[in-house]
Design a binder for this molecule. Structure first.
Ligand SMILES: NC(=O)c1ccc[n+]([C@@H]2O[C@H](COP(=O)([O-])OP(=O)(O)OC[C@H]3O[C@@H](n4cnc5c(N)ncnc54)[C@H](O)[C@@H]3O)[C@@H](O)[C@H]2O)c1
Ligand SMILES: O=C(O)C1=N[C@H](C(=O)O)CCC1
Length: 235
């Protein structure tokens, strides 16, 4: 495949490595200074840029007839706008807050555990996410997906950043050194505590998942997520 990279930072460079190792060609490396975007050269685009640019990058690819995979987080309040544009131009768009296989398994485990806990009435949940000091957004997109999974299986109504109430899921964000991404879900009760944890050792899992998603989306039309790619179980 001929891949256009939107965002050539930590993730863009890791994706380049993995894509080239899988026999693909990087035909564009777009950043905030780019003036010409060669949509016609691209079979697919992969966007790992910044919250402020993701929507315009994605919509530009869709309008240019280029299927696009985006992992950029911090823009989800505009997801409906992007979905509508994709359907309007009959394009192909795939978003995932986290592309790693391990986290997508963790997403399913989280939903299962939340469903079981819900029946007990004994435990209060919290999410802790820890990432590197360069991260622009908080909470992480992964933590938001985890909170949404808990909300879908319980009576919790919404999530809150760094605080919680009786009917909200608190997400506590921590920024430390060069941590690639660690997420912990903890259920605390009066006599015990249950927790599940995912720790990324590097960005390799995120990048591999993004490239696999880009390979998967070729020839498709519609709006997709990583569950469509991975065929994981769970409802
Ligand atoms: N979904 C996942 O699996 C996953 C994994 C890791 C990171 N992320 C997300 O990916 C994004 C990028 O992460 P990163 O660690 O590579 O950040 P980074 O800061 O290293 O790279 C972002 C790059 O975007 C570029 N950029 C700025 N404006 C741009 C524009 N208008 N168009 C194109 N590029 C532009 C910057 O020059 C920068 O190099 C973040 O939102 C992060 O949360 C998602
Ligand atoms: O390094 C980052 O930034 C990451 N962002 C994603 C998120 O916001 O969940 C995925 C994990 C790493």
């Amino acid at each position: 495949m001929k891949i256009g990279l939107f965002g050539y930072g930590k993730m863009g460079k890791m994706i380049e490595q993995i894509a080239q190792n899988r026999g693909h060609e990087i035909v564009a490396r777009i950043d905030e200074n780019s003036t010409e975007i060669p949509y016609g050269d691209m079979d697919v685009a992969i966007d790992f840029s910044v919250p402020e640019s993701a929507v315009s990058n994605i919509k530009g690819c869709l309008s240019g007839g280029v299927p696009v995979v985006s992992g950029t987080t911090g823009w989800l309040e505009k997801f409906g706008e992007v979905r509508d544009h994709c359907l309007k131009v009959q394009g192909a768009f795939l978003y995932a807050s986290n592309f790693s296989l391990g986290v997508n398994i963790f997403f399913e485990l989280n939903r299962m555990l939340a469903g079981m806990i819900q029946n007990s009435g004994e435990y209060k949940v919290r999410i802790d996410e820890t990432h590197h000091i360069h991260k622009l957004d908080a909470p992480s997109g992964t933590a938001i997906t985890l909170a949404e999974g808990i909300i879908s299986q319980t009576d919790y109504k919404q999530w809150e950043l760094n605080k919680g109430n009786v009917d909200t899921v608190p997400i506590h964000s921590h920024r430390e050194g060069e941590v690639p991404g660690t997420h912990v879900i903890t259920y605390s009760g009066s006599v015990d505590e249950i927790s599940i944890r995912h720790e990324a050792f590097s960005r390799e899992g995120f990048a591999l998942g993004a490239v696999v998603a880009a390979e998967w989306i070729l020839g498709k039309q519609g709006v997709f997520n990583m569950k469509d790619v991975l065929n994981l179980g769970g409802k």
